[in-house]
Design a protein around this ligand. Sequence first.
Ligand code: TEU
Length: 531
Amino acid sequence: MSESSAPGRLSDAVLYQIYPQSFADSDGDGVGDVRGVTERLEHLAWLGVGAIWLNPCFASPMRDAGYDVSDYFGIAPRYGDNDDLVKLVDEARGRGIRVLLDLVPGHTSDRHPWFRASAQNPDDHRYIWAQEVDGALPQRFVPSPGARPGGYLPNFFDFQPALNFGYARTDPAEPWRQAVDADGPRANRDALREIMRHWLALGVSGFRVDMASSLVKDDPGFVETGKLWSELRGWLDREYPDASLLAEWGDPAVAVPAGFHGDFFLQFGGAADGLPLRSLWHTHTATDREEWGDAPCYFDAEARGSAGTFLSAYAQAVATIGEPGHVILPTANHDFARLHCAPRPAEQLPAAFAFQLTFPAVPAIYYGDEIGMRYVPDLPDTEGSVLGPHYNRAGSRTPMQWDQGPNAGFSTAPAERLYLPVDPDPRRPDVASQRADENSLLHLVRDLIALRRATPELGPSGSLEVLHDGYPLTYIRGGRYLVVINPSARTVEFAHGRTGLAGATPVRHSGVAVDADALTAQPFAFGIFRF
Ligand code: TEU
């Protein structure tokens, strides 16, 4: 592994996202915890991941599953305590795994002491407060819960008041629009630095920053938001040069110049509102929005999509950010359907991982996707998981399936006390049986990670030449590796017309044949060849 700059190290890593509620339960109370993660480091090291990102684990009323922070300096009691986190960080480091925390800078819980104080004191400007005019609050503002008159601006749910980082454009008619250097915004920027320093000093390796583009309001082009992050990044580079700052922005071409080492392609964000990622994976059967339409994605068994939308967004992002930053390509996340979501057949998952792990982005594996855990439909709302009639995040947050036990090895607690029920499908996959089976998805993912780590051409710095963005997707990495991906249930052919590909040595493949003029891919086939 390169020991150079933080982005350099990131480029070698496969990132792994852990939802602490659901990953591993060390004390049998039915909710995952930090010690549980520590106990399962062996799985992550065996798999070969280089860094983990833990979803929020700070003290919280958990009305948005921890994205409603009430104390930025302490681990939520249900997950353990700060010493448990230090132990996790140390043991992970011993296995070559870095730990990143989720930082939620744009809002707190309405139970946070800052907000409770702000709701009593009209001179406090840590949050964005407006007065009623003719008996009405401005749009989107929520009535004050305290002695303070007027109302506050929420950032996501109403119980998540937006911290005040100011507005890029002030307006005397809207006095709640404070300048970015007013006292409240300044205090909040200082607090952010304190929070980051606190956890970095305990050994964490950086942060995934929630709703990173949301800080400065009414900020065309994100100019002021970018200044804020660039200033923090400058401080980070001086004091913690090894730390990584990853954005939840959904637009790497904007987030990296704004100060981040990397940004995720997401189901939302950017000019096309998340279309690039959705155009790869989204089946429209879960975590769906009406405005997203119903165009089939590329990983479609009926071969109705195109990889072109994603590939051109990727090319555009890389052309803008160049070397200094990374685009992160997730299999899924806690807000979006898992890769294994109906009607996608499990047979397609090997091709999906062969694509993700040979593509020049930083791969992020959502816990459980490595065994093909399924998005579980129709679960009840849990800690804010339901966002709309067709948008239920709970289905992506079910307990990690460690074994075949009734609670999938998640804990010894009665099933009704689990954070979420285990997938009731008796054919659900699990870690124990896939580890015992060398032909399992888990072994394939492990082999692909090992191949990627051993082969710089397959990482972010290797070149990418796309030969075909239909079926099969065909590209060359680093001038030496041919990759063929067929997400469809049909046998497909592509006339590559390249000399030198016939006789290429298979590195890892299933169902792909390469001839002098053409290549043939069986249903759900993938192939990686060296030539
Ligand atoms: O998500 C931000 C966000 O905008 C998404 O939830 C989006 O609305 C959804 O994916 C539909 O496209 C972040 C966190 O990831 C999420 O879990 C939190 O609920 C939210 O911020 C508030 O902190």
